[in-house]
Design a protein around this ligand. Structure first.
Ligand code: S3P
Length: 173
């Protein structure tokens, strides 16, 4: 799917944790001279807690409700690149909002690449590097949903600005 940049409809970056959605999103926004937004940051700013704190203190359910609010607030934006949390696109209602508001781009990186990036990183409650079999199953389940995005871009490259350029070319005429 290609869109006309003059429309200014937002570009939603979707994909697994550690695929570089925020870094690529910032690089793409600066390349296009568009704004950048991040659903996790939106939630943290409004909730006054980190994503991890929300998960630990109140549970995933509350975090998902915050995510829905973030999407509702951000989806009417124009000329904006929106990085979404890795679970946001898994909800059918969220996919519908994204489909009617703009274009979805799946940053598709291999689990090996993601493992290198995230390692034992903290702050991502659903990143379970210590159980490789469960992690692989989770990754494969998620991939089958990201597959529904309008555009897929190979995000295995190291440099976010290179991936941003691939996104730009894939999305715009
Ligand atoms: C999540 C991904 C995280 C964050 C939360 C849940 C997920 O965002 O929203 O920890 O369900 O995959 P990133 O994809 O930016 O790490």
């Amino acid at each position: 799917m290609q869109v006309d940049p003059a429309d200014g409809r937002p570009i939603f970056l979707v994909g697994f944790m550690g695929t570089g959605k925020s870094e690529v999103g910032k690089a793409l926004a600066s390349r296009l001279a568009w704004a950048f937004a991040d659903t996790d940051r939106w939630v943290e700013d409004r909730a006054g807690r980190t994503v991890e704190e929300i998960f630990v203190e109140s549970g995933e359910g509350l975090f998902r409700r915050w995510e829905s609010r973030a999407l509702a607030a951000l989806s009417p934006s124009t000329r904006t690149v929106i990085a979404t949390g890795g679970g946001l696109f898994t909800a059918r209602a969220h996919r519908e909002t994204i489909r009617t508001s703009g274009v979805s781009v799946w940053l598709d990186a291999s689990l090996e690449r993601i493992r290198k990036r995230l390692g034992r990183s903290r702050g991502r409650p659903l990143w379970r590097s210590e159980d490789p079999v469960a992690l692989r199953a989770f990754f494969d389940r998620r991939r089958s949903v990201y597959f529904l995005a309008d555009v897929r871009v190979d995000a295995d490259r190291e440099d976010p600005s290179e991936v941003a350029e691939l996104v730009r070319r894939a999305v715009f005429h």
